[in-house]
Ligand binder design. Structure first.
Ligand SMILES: Nc1ncnc2c1ncn2[C@@H]1O[C@H](COP(=O)(O)OP(=O)(O)OP(=O)(O)O)[C@@H](O)[C@H]1O
Length: 939
């Protein structure tokens, strides 16, 4: 929309009046005023009303001149024009003249700083104020007696000139209203009218005032901004694309969520510019879907126009930086000065490194995978079906979280400059001795070759690459040897090598080569220091870079969360999720200041992330209450919408462009990226499945451009936790070791994770890569985390408002009480709108392994539409996969899982409860390998 408007601008901008939208921008596109006049009636009108920038400039100048001349009238300066003008105004509005010069000045300001928004109404309100003021003073001060005859005008004019009445206009107004309503009544009418005009001029509504008083009580410093207004900062437009010409109509059009506008252009700069745009913003476009809106939070961070100390490296998205060149050697000591080369210096370790200008943004490659359904799920009726009380609770929790976040953002300015933690806080990793490694390698190679030949496969081992936890033996298959001949031998090879399991997969980029990945007996953990201290991480320009680990050929894998843009981390208990989550958070602490990246952490398990409480990057203390977690997610949705609105206002498309613009524009504040880390999704889904799922999906769908990223970890990769909907919206995945190939399929849409060996061994599958990549995740010990966190806290501790926290705790406790006896969780309530035959339909589907509408029609004797609806509902519940054109839908759960779901979610049991696994399932589970127990580094 903004683009469209921009296009129609360029000197001939479509400038609808408030409340009306014109499509006829082109009709007057090339016209001058004359052309408009020549056209027909309505066209003439629209042309006439088009406020062109030049007109506003001229208007501003005229108002300013008149204000000066009128002010000279205060001092009885004698001159022909001044006498004529001042005398005329006094004759017309008498006492009102006293207010005229300041009002003309204000009108001039409104016209000069219109910033592309309609100003007609505001200018009129401003100029009418002196008239009403004159009438009011006439009521109060005029002493004369006035008879309703022709002489009345003459008398009023004369007295007006002498400032003894309200002049002809205000005087007549005062007399007539006095006659109609009595003097007292007329006084009240004028007072109210005056107040309305002031509100009109300042573009505030009563609701705004009430909200302002209620929600933002402590802005004593609000007087400061006008200083900045005096410097007429060039309208935010000039950046190249003509955005100065964007005329965003301002009217009372309801904005979804009705959150206070938070753009730097619109907030706290005095109410003159505090307006609500009615440009169709993303949330308006989504208005039909935007049902779960938490109470409006304010986002002061966006509006505080403090010129923040700009961190050198603008967050620049660059082409996938996942796997970089091999690390030949450990990078030397942390650099004190930035290297002279023009590479973006890492703000890491040495904050004082003088920055190079931000590197040019590089176009992102288009993601290859997976097709994102165009937000179909939002059409569903989500929280509407939940009981009112629960919806209210969640809304209240959202409000609390939002308030907390707001306060945290407000306080952010005060803290000292962020100090990046030194690399020495992280430990050097222990290696495995080369002789040990060579021995293991040789022995395995011989045994492998024997095994393969003993099964009659013609293949030669041409290379062996030892990774941190896995060695890949590269086999060249002879011509005519089928790959599945080898893959069928997986278990036999594992047996021969004494390994818990081996993974056989083609090697990307190598022709006729197959890799057999065998777990190492001697595992060399990848210390996070190895990766954070690597060139790949240091040179990664993104502020949201994450040290993932090392791949099988020992190359550091660094990912840019901005490109993921959301990540699902799943694996069984003890497989390394928490370590991975910690690595991610610590990477961010090494890479970004709190001004650049903010974090929200949700830890329903209460043990994993609590240590981060107090770091300045946190927007709110680590959320442990699942109800508040839903609230935090809803805050993220609202914040995202606000960001989109701010983007629309200044005519940019994403956070990167917005921040680039903010850097060049005085008074605009950069927005930080927000990373939401959820440590255990399953716990949240149990409490507020619908709300959580919906918020996650909404953020996931639209979060990328607005710089909101979700990192979701779960140890239950079952279909009821990672629903089909979420999978579709969270494109990047990390799978740690899982129990079965079915779990692997749920996480990655492919098998393989069941073959992982645990302890940080992962399949990393970022958006855009064709195949999952085996990576040994970084290891970070609790002590390392503690020392980094302690250092970061010392350099700037987050201060939370004790009162608010206390209030949150109290409310949460009250909610818990209220909930008791009130029936079980949302899971129950959210089932209300499902078809009663759904359990039977799921039974049929899991039994037959097919999800087709016609089959359901036949088996359950249903009509087409009901059967189709049932399939949709099964998709919602993550029982079957999404529609895939001609291919049948995938069935994503096994019978055992279905039974578990029934048990957990208290769904009505199907017609025939099943207690024994069906043969297919047993067969299926056979390829699951036994997992190693949770390991300890020490062993
Ligand atoms: N990257 C790694 N390198 C070496 N060992 C690791 C790595 N990641 C995890 N481990 C080992 O695995 C153990 C369990 O890891 P972690 O606590 O992250 O598992 P988890 O998946 O979060 O389990 P849970 O879900 O029960 O919390 C760790 O204590 C550590 O010994």
């Amino acid at each position: 929309m903004a683009t469209a408007q921009k296009k129609s601008s360029g000197g001939k901008r479509a400038a609808p009046r408030s409340g009306t939208k014109r499509s006829g921008g082109t009709s007057r596109a090339s016209s001058g005023a004359g052309k408009s006049r020549a056209s027909g009636g309505s066209r003439k009108k629209s042309g006439a009303s088009a406020p062109k920038p030049i007109r506003r400039g001229v208007g501003a100048l005229i108002c300013l001149l008149l204000a000066i001349f009128a002010a000279l009238g205060y001092f009885q300066v004698k001159a022909l024009f001044i006498d004529f003008f001042v005398g005329g105004v006094k004759g017309l509005i008498g006492y009102g003249f006293l207010l005229l010069p300041p009002m003309l000045l204000v009108a001039s300001g409104i016209l000069a700083f219109h910033r592309g928004r309609p100003v007609q109404l505001r200018v009129w309100c401003t100029l009418l104020l002196p008239v009403v003021f004159g009438a009011l003073l006439h009521l109060l001060l005029a002493k004369g007696t006035y008879a309703w005859d022709l002489k009345l005008f003459q008398t009023l004019w004369k007295e007006g000139e002498a400032l003894q009445s309200g002049g002809v206009v205000s005087g007549i107004l005062a007399l007539s209203f006095g006659a109609i309503f009595s003097k007292f009544g007329a006084g009240i009418v004028f007072l109210l009218t005056g107040a309305l005009l002031v509100m009109g001029a300042a573009r505030v509504t009563l609701a705004d005032i009430v909200d302002y008083i209620r929600d933002r009580p402590a802005y004593e410093e609000e007087e400061l901004p006008p200083r900045r207004e005096k410097k007429p900062a060039p309208a935010p437009a000039p950046r190249g694309r003509g955005s100065a010409e964007i005329d965003i109509p301002v009217d009372e059009g309801p904005l979804v969520g009705k959150a206070p506008v938070s753009s730097p252009l619109f907030t706290k700069k005095g109410k003159f510019f505090n307006q609500k745009p009615s440009v169709p913003t993303p949330d308006e476009v989504l208005a039909g879907r935007d049902r779960v809106q938490p109470p409006e939070p304010t986002v002061p961070v966006l509006s505080k126009p403090e010129p923040a100390p700009v961190q050198p490296e603008a967050e620049v998205e660059e082409p996938a930086a996942e796997v970089q060149t091999p690390v030949p050697e450990r990078v030397e000591e942390p650099v004190v000065q930035p290297a002279p080369e023009p590479k973006p210096p890492l703000g890491l370790f040495r904050r004082e490194s003088p920055p190079e200008p931000a590197p040019l943004p590089v176009e992102e490659p288009e993601p290859v995978r997976p097709p994102m359904p165009p937000m179909p799920e939002i059409q569903r009726e989500p929280a509407v079906t939940a009981p009112k009380a629960k919806a209210e609770e969640t809304a209240r929790a959202a409000a609390e979280v939002s308030r907390d976040i707001t306060q945290s953002l407000e306080r952010e300015e005060v803290g000292p400059e962020y100090q990046y933690p030194p690399i020495d806080l992280l430990q050097q990793s222990r290696g495995v001795s080369a002789s040990d490694m060579a021995g293991e390698l040789q022995a395995n190679q011989l045994r492998l070759a024997d095994t393969i030949h003993s099964f009659g496969i013609d293949a030669a081992i041409v290379d062996a690459v030892r990774g941190p936890s896995v060695t890949r033996y590269e086999l060249e298959l002879a011509q005519g040897v089928r790959m599945n001949k080898l893959t069928n031998l997986t278990d036999d090879i594992a047996l021969a090598l004494g390994a818990t399991g081996v993974r056989i997969a083609p090697i990307p980029g190598k022709i006729s080569m197959v890799g057999i990945e065998v777990p190492n007996k001697l595992v060399a953990p990848v210390g996070i220091r190895d990766v954070i201290d690597s060139r790949e991480f240091r040179e990664s320009p993104s502020k949201v870079s994450f040290a993932v680990g090392k791949d099988i050929s020992n190359r550091c894998v660094v990912c840019n969360i901005g490109k993921l843009p959301h990540l699902l981390i799943a694996g069984t208990t003890g497989s390394g999720k928490s370590v991975c989550t910690n690595s991610l958070i610590i990477s961010l602490l090494y890479k970004a200041t709190p001004e650049e990246v903010r974090l929200i952490m949700v830890d329903p398990k209460m043990v994993e992330l609590g240590i981060y409480n107090g770091i300045p990057h946190l927007l709110i203390p680590v959320v442990t209450d699942p109800k508040k977690a839903a609230g935090a997610l809803q805050w993220a949705v609202t914040e995202m919408m606000k960001r989109y609105r701010s983007f629309a206002e200044v005519g940019v498309r994403d956070l990167k462009s917005y921040n680039a613009l903010a850097e060049r524009t005085e008074g605009m504040k950069k927005m930080p990226s927000v990373v939401v880390v959820i440590d255990e999704l399953a716990d949240l889904m149990l409490v507020a499945a619908k709300e959580v799922e919906e918020s996650i999906c909404r953020v996931a769908q639209m979060g990328r451009a607005s710089g909101m990223h979700l990192i979701i970890a779960t140890q239950r990769p079952s279909a009821d936790v990672i629903t089909g909907l979420m999978k579709a919206n969270i494109p990047s995945r990390i799978a740690f070791a899982v129990q079965s190939s079915l779990d692997s399929r749920i996480i990655l849409d492919t098998t393989g994770a069941e073959k992982l060996v645990g302890r940080g061994d992962m399949l990393y599958f970022p958006l855009g890569s064709g195949k999952p990549q085996r990576v040994q995740g970084c290891f970070i010990s609790d002590e390392e985390v503690a020392s980094v966190v302690e250092f970061v806290k010392r350099s700037g501790t987050a201060e939370y408002d004790e009162e608010v926290l206390h209030e949150i705790e109290q409310n949460a406790a009250a909610k818990d009480k209220g909930n008791k006896g009130g029936g079980e969780s949302a899971v129950d309530s959210s089932e209300d709108d499902y078809d009663e035959l759904l359990p039977n339909a799921i039974e049929v589907v899991v039994e037959t392994g097919m999800a087709s509408v016609s089959m359901l029609q036949r088996r359950l004797k249903l009509g087409y539409s009901r059967a189709a609806r049932l399939v949709d509902q099964m998709e919602e519940k993550g029982v079957v996969g999404p529609f895939e054109g001609s291919k049948p839908r995938q069935v994503l759960i096994s019978k055992a899982q279905w039974q578990e779901m029934q048990y957990k979610q208290n769904m009505p049991a199907g017609a025939s409860p099943m207690s024994e696994p069906v043969p297919e399932e047993l067969e299926f589970e056979r390829d699951a390998i036994e997992q190693a127990p949770p390991f300890d580094l020490d062993d």
